[in-house]
Design a protein around this ligand. Sequence first.
Ligand SMILES: [Zn+2]
Length: 116
Amino acid sequence: MKKKAKTKAKAEAEAEAEAETRTGSAFSRWSVLAGRIVSAGIRPEEASCPRCGSRTVQCVVAGDTVTRVGYARCWCATCLHGIHVSRVRAAEGCPLHSWADPDAVPDTPLFHEVHP
Ligand SMILES: [Zn+2]
């Protein structure tokens, strides 16, 4: 890989991640999308569903508010497909619900969970 300016490399990495949500298996597309939301702090409404393309992706991230490690459930409100990812670290920009208080964690709808 050639050496690139930091901002350019970052933009390219983001473009690559965006492209990956349109290729690969359903699981890898959802994994990439969840990673963008949880680790990169992209807002779910800025993302398109990797299955149907709707901009109705929603995500609930719950975990330890100190370490910001927990799980994420991301789904599409239109086609009701999505993913559950464990042991993720939420970026500062990603809303995190404390799992110490189960009542504070929003309910998620019943959706078809994709698996590897
Ligand atoms: Zn969808």
